[in-house]
Design a protein around this ligand. Structure first.
Ligand code: DAH
Length: 339
């Protein structure tokens, strides 16, 4: 009997199975009422008294080992479909995708962080606006082309409700409610009646910055622009200001940065100029301050506005604007590392 027990001990130790049905078959073979171990237990009754102690211990050990082995095998096959024997239990688990932040959100956050470090706080305004906040308060002439149906989405014809075409409307909303000092940054979505193509979309995103206080000068603006450009595109970035026109700023300028792809040497991306345009800016026109109830003899300020898509394109070389709104995971997953 001792030999039989020893043989079974080895046999059970080395048991291998291919599916959970085989485990059940083994349980029946060894431990069921007619199983091999149960029948050894029955035979034990006829064993001579002097052998009982050692044999009893051995038998108990065998039974425990068998039970343990079967439990282990079962645990390995839990949650597995009973017929699928091609599963490799030792394989590492699949990586779990928790999703990624959208590239526009990543860049928007970076812009807000940079201005946040300069003391700007975030202000938001409605996307459905009226003519006053989007155009009139900002010094747009009555016949300015931006007021045209071709450029602006009106919610209903003849009614003064429209989708904002820029985030400059948030300037007015904040200035109407707050006296200076004002130092805000306004990220948000804007809408324009454009045919959708790789370089234009009917909605996109902007960030507006506004600083109003006593004695704010163009030099302050320039310093902030340089700081922003270096923080966003690296410490070697240079800036260049070109005179421009916006109804709400005087003087107005457009800012270029040295091309972040070729470092300013000239490449196809910057059309061999070494410079790429990134934003509009200027000193807030005194008319705008007065429109919002701020005394333009006491206060002055600067404003700047940029497209988030534009900055994102420069940072990540996204060639087609439509990628931003298509939600193609093959595109979005490429930003996992930046998240
Ligand atoms: N609102 C302008 C646009 O949508 C961008 C802009 C230009 C904003 C100059 C400003 C600014 O605050 O000073 O094109």
């Amino acid at each position: 009997m001792i030999n039989k027990i020893n043989v079974l001990l080895v046999e059970i130790r080395d048991l291998k199975v291919n599916n959970s049905e085989e485990i059940e078959a083994l349980r029946i073979k060894y431990l069921s009422k007619k199983g091999e171990i149960t029948s050894l237990m029955n035979d034990f009754r006829h064993v001579a008294a002097e052998e009982k102690k050692i044999l009893g211990q051995k038998l108990n050990e065998l039974k425990e080992q068998a039970q343990k082995k079967i439990n282990e095998l079962k645990a390995g096959y839990e949650n597995q479909s009973s017929s699928d024997d091609s599963i490799d239990l030792s394989r590492t688990a699949y990586p779990y995708h928790v999703g990624t932040r959208h590239p526009l959100s990543i860049v928007k956050q970076e812009i807000c962080d940079i201005f946040g470090r300069l003391g700007f706080s975030i202000a938001e305004g409605p996307e459905i606006e009226d003519d006053w906040h989007v155009f009139s308060s900002l010094n747009f002439a009555d016949d300015h082309p931006a007021r045209d149906m071709q450029d602006t989405f009106f919610i209903q014809q003849g009614i003064d409700t429209l989708l904002r075409t820029h985030t400059s409307s948030v300037q007015t909303r904040v200035m109407e409610k707050t006296q200076p000092p004002i130092r805000i940054i306004c990220p948000g979505r804007v809408y324009r009646n454009e045919a959708i193509s790789y370089r234009a979309h009917c909605f996109f995103h902007q960030v507006e910055a506004l600083y109003i206080d006593k004695n704010v000068s163009f030099a302050d603006l320039k310093q902030v622009l340089l700081f922003f450009a270096k923080e966003m595109f690296g410490p070697d970035t240079k800036i260049r200001l070109r005179p421009s026109f916006f109804p709400f700023t005087e003087p107005s300028a457009e800012m270029d940065i040295s091309c972040n792809l070729c470092g300013g040497k000239g490449c196809p991306f910057c059309k061999h100029t070494g410079w790429v345009e990134i934003l509009g800016c200027g000193m807030v026109d005194p008319n705008v301050l007065e429109n919002c109830g701020i005394d333009s003899k006491v206060y002055s300020g600067y404003a700047l506005g940029m497209g988030i898509e534009r900055i994102t394109n420069l940072k990540y070389q996204v060639k087609d604007l439509r990628m931003f709104s298509e939600n193609d995971v093959r595109f979005l997953r490429q930003f996992e590392a930046a998240t």
